[in-house]
Design a protein around this ligand. Structure first.
Ligand SMILES: Cc1cc2nc3c(=O)[nH]c(=O)nc-3n(C[C@H](O)[C@H](O)[C@H](O)COP(=O)(O)OP(=O)(O)OC[C@H]3O[C@@H](n4cnc5c(N)ncnc54)[C@H](O)[C@@H]3O)c2cc1C
Ligand SMILES: Cc1cc2nc3c(=O)[nH]c(=O)nc-3n(C[C@H](O)[C@H](O)[C@H](O)COP(=O)(O)O)c2cc1C
Length: 768
């Protein structure tokens, strides 16, 4: 890169991001003229300790050994996390943290900048952005979470700043905890939580120091009167609440105040010659590692891109392209962690080891398998508390639902194959498809949505259970499963398409009306699925509701005769019963619309009728969409009310899906993205749940189960990819027990085929 492009550089903000960027840029090209503007004095700083991971330190070591050496001297290192909950302490080892005082970090960076010839202008407000841009080749806006530069160019950067609801305060204790400590206090106002870690080690005459963050929900903070306390009084009150953790020692503040965390994102990170860096560009909740780490890593990437790219705009584009996915992934993990801490009171009842495991795996970055490697003793104890038989991974621990014993926790999620004949009869395809999955080891194999009437089909390729011919065809399939894959259960999902009926097969245009041969559709309200595209459904009247309910009952009786082991009522994804539940699709003004109790009335009538027709000892589940991912749709409270009502009427588990109710939905896709909804229902209501949605690995399944976020895990697309998903998961974990027996004819394949090997002699001797 021609150095002339970036000879004069202005850095707004002397935090870790700005200072480290300045030092690197100057070190790489000593001829550059670099000025850092910092409104504070060098010795001023807020906050106390910062944590840096080994990964970040590796980057610093490589880029600037001088800074690395100074940091290394100052670090406190530790590798255990203590989780204190209801009087017990669970310790998990092998984590590897390094922390130092923020003031020390800034001092090291000040000294490095000064020695390299960076001009540091302390106690000086930076000139306006336009002025800086006019006089410099590059403006690095490292001016923190409240970045004025970002706001000045908001039209270009397009920032979003989201404030969250927990209150927290950064404090310090004048002694060094010997590990990371997380503790909850269940006060009469609600749950308060403490996050603490050492940042200065004890030495002769110096007791060391620790960062202490106290956090709680807004309503707890108000109820405890902390909203009216000043800083000193807040520190005193927090020290009283956590006197046990602190050994009665006080907490001190440093420009501390009660904050709500703000997540910052920007659609663009640069504009002309101005670039955002660190907190100005993005924030990630403090609970998954400090913003300092991200800011320092941004600085490394920016300096490298300016070296590597042929011009300024290419360098800024490369910097953003490199950092954005890393930051997004961190922000996703941080969002999961933040939400976990917001929802923490729902986990307070968990047994201590599960609680600790749940805390450690909250962001989904740390999993059962990671923890097992880090500290097998800790995970062994969690597994024992869960009830895993010796040598049995959590996913192969059996589960009983009424009279049905499932031999493992994997469910082949319902998947419509759109491959029935014109009469809705399942054929050889269904036998082979479901039979293969049953041979693949899952504990429960679900059929696709089986429709209760011809007009209740989604497409002409959907199967049904409204004729005896269909029932005979299903019986052939259940027999095959029971005879050939003994121990595998097969469940039927019954549903009615409602306003999403009379559409094309998935691969011909999902949710689009048929080209010809459409049949009239019904729904809770006369609202089409896609305006101007879908049919306008007829709103069901009482007679219509009776007729639909009776269709469900007849189908349930047939399903019982077919030999299905479990029946699931499909109340999700915008089909008929789901359409009654969602406020977006149910606009009725009679007793079946309005409040969630009213919206539940018809689905519950159907549930009760089906439950009565379904053999008492066989379990029933209900699939719901716990959110519509759309403004004004099903709320968290609605989802809880719906799950509570079905459970009270006898549902044995709730299968917690989301969305597909309205076309304008905006789902937040990601790994296990729907599981927080299952988790909430399980932990708030104590109702068993099936979690589903991008559960991508057996490690995730084990983690969800052990953390108490799910009872069963349903996987759909993974089973299209690999019908033997469960058997392969067993082989990968070295498990060969009763939770996943290989079918006898397949036993010769129960180990992965050998891969290539080399016959060359092993290098043993070195001859110099
Ligand atoms: C109260 C508080 C306490 C914190 N404590 C910790 C902690 O203990 N550990 C931890 O890891 N993280 C802590 N954080 C988070 C952490 O500080 C940030 O994530 C990290 O410092 C980001 O680095 P940065 O360089 O992007 O921004 P910052 O560190 O925020 O630095 C931005 C700097 O820009 C300066 N500035 C802004 N505008 C101007 C201007 N117009 N002119 C001149 N100067 C300007 C500010 O004074 C500031 O020094 C804390 C945050 C807050 C708000
Ligand atoms: C081809 C296909 C068909 C589906 N059909 C149904 C269905 O009939 N009933 C249902 O409740 N969900 C259906 N789903 C949704 C899945 O059961 C599951 O909830 C979703 O795919 C998310 O899980 P996954 O990420 O493991 O694929 C279907 C999904 C796919 C991919």
């Amino acid at each position: 890169m021609p150095s002339r492009d970036t000879e004069r550089i202005a850095v707004v903000g002397g935090g870790p991001g700005g200072l480290y960027a300045a030092a690197l840029l100057k070190r790489l090209r000593p001829g550059r003229e670099i000025t850092v503007w910092e409104r504070n004095a060098p010795e001023d700083t807020f906050g106390f300790g910062v944590v840096l991971s080994d990964e970040t330190l590796g980057g610093i070591e490589h880029a600037d050994p001088v800074v690395y050496a100074a940091l290394s001297d100052a670090f406190v290192r530790w590798d255990t996390i203590d989780v204190v909950h209801r009087g017990t302490t669970q310790t998990s080892g092998g984590h590897g943290f390094a922390a130092l005082e923020r003031r020390t970090l800034l001092r090291i960076l000040h000294e490095r900048c000064a020695s390299l010839g960076v001009r540091l202008r302390f106690r000086t407000e930076a000139p306006p952005t336009a002025e800086l841009a006019a006089g410099h080749d590059l403006v690095v806006a490292a001016d923190g979470v409240h970045s004025a530069t970002r706001e000045a160019h908001a039209r270009h950067f397009r920032p979003t700043v989201t404030h969250h609801r927990n209150r927290y305060i950064w404090l310090a204790a004048d002694f060094a905890f010997d590990s990371f400590r997380f503790e909850i206090a269940e006060t009469r106002h609600g749950v308060m939580q403490l996050h603490a870690y050492p940042f200065a080690r004890p030495s002769s005459g110096n007791p060391g120091a620790s960062t202490v963050i106290v956090e709680m929900r807004d309503e707890v903070w108000r109820s405890a009167g902390l909203d009216t306390c000043g800083t000193a009084e807040s520190a005193e009150r927090c020290a009283e609440v956590f006197a046990g953790a602190l050994g009665g020692r006080p907490l001190r503040s440093n420009k501390s105040s009660w904050l709500t965390f703000a997540t910052v994102t920007n659609q663009h990170w640069s504009h002309g010659r101005t670039v955002l860096l660190g907190d100005a560009a993005h924030t990630a909740h403090f609970s998954i590692g400090s913003g300092t780490k991200l800011a320092v890593e941004d600085a490394l990437a920016l300096a490298a891109c300016l070296e590597e790219q042929p011009g300024l705009s290419a360098a800024l584009a490369a910097y953003e392209a490199e950092r954005r996915p890393v930051v997004l992934s961190t922000q996703r993990a941080a969002a999961a962690s933040l939400r976990w801490f917001e929802e923490l009171p729902q986990y307070a009842h968990q047994p201590p080891r599960r609680f600790a495991f749940n805390l450690l795996t909250r962001s989904r970055r740390v999993t059962h398998d990671n923890l097992r490697l880090r500290d097998p003793g800790f995970t062994g104890a969690v597994e024992e508390e869960f009830g895993c038989p010796p040598g049995t991974p959590p996913m192969f621990t059996p589960l009983r639902l009424r009279g049905l014993e499932l031999r493992n926790r994997i469910v082949v999620s319902p998947m419509d194959m759109y491959s029935a004949d014109a009469d809705g009869v399942p054929g050889d395809f269904h036998l082979v498809h479901l039979g293969a999955r049953a041979l693949g080891g899952a504990g429960l194999v679900m059929t696709e949505m089986v429709c209760v009437s011809p007009e209740g089909r989604i497409t002409p390729g959907c199967t049904g259970l409204w004729t005896d011919e269909q029932a005979d065809a299903w019986t052939r399939i259940t027999r095959f499963v029971h005879d050939t894959a003994p121990g595998t259960a097969i469940g039927v999902q019954l549903g009615h398409s409602g306003r999403k009926g009379s559409t094309r097969r998935m691969w011909e245009g999902i949710d689009e009306p048929l080209e010809d041969g459409n049949w009239p559709v019904v729904a809770a309200s006369p609202l089409p699925y896609a305006h101007g595209v879908s049919q306008i459904p007829q709103a069901l009247d009482r007679d219509g509701m009776d007729a639909v309910r009776d269709r469900f009952t007849e189908a349930a009786r047939r399903a019982a005769r077919c030999g299905f082991d479990l029946l699931e009522l499909h109340c999700a994804h915008g089909y008929l019963l789901s359409g009654f539940l969602s406020p977006l699709t149910n606009r009725r003004t009679d007793a079946y619309g309005g409040s969630v109790e009213n919206r539940l009335r018809f689905p519950l009538e159907v549930f009760d009728a089906v439950r009565a027709a379904w053999p008492r000892e066989r379990p029933m589940t209900v699939r719901i969409s716990a959110t519509d991912w759309s403004h004004g749709g099903t709320s968290d409270e609605d989802a809880l009310a719906v799950a509570r009502a079905f459970a009270a009427h006898g549902a044995d588990a709730i299968d917690v899906s989301t969305g597909q109710v309205v076309p304008e939905e905006r789902p937040e896709y990601g790994r296990s993205y729907q599981t927080p909804y299952a988790d909430r229902i399980r932990n708030v209501l104590g109702v068993p749940v099936i979690a589903v949605g991008a559960i991508s690995s057996w490690d995730d399944v084990n983690s969800l189960l052990l953390a108490g976020r799910a009872d069963l895990c349903a996987l759909a697309r993974s089973h299209l990819h690999d019908p033997h998903w469960t058997l392969h998961a067993a082989a990968a974990q070295g498990y060969a027990g009763p939770g996943a027996p290989w079918p006898l004819p397949y036993r010769a394949g129960s180990r992965p085929p050998p891969t290539g090997r080399t016959d060359a002699p092993k290098p043993r001797l070195t001859l110099d």
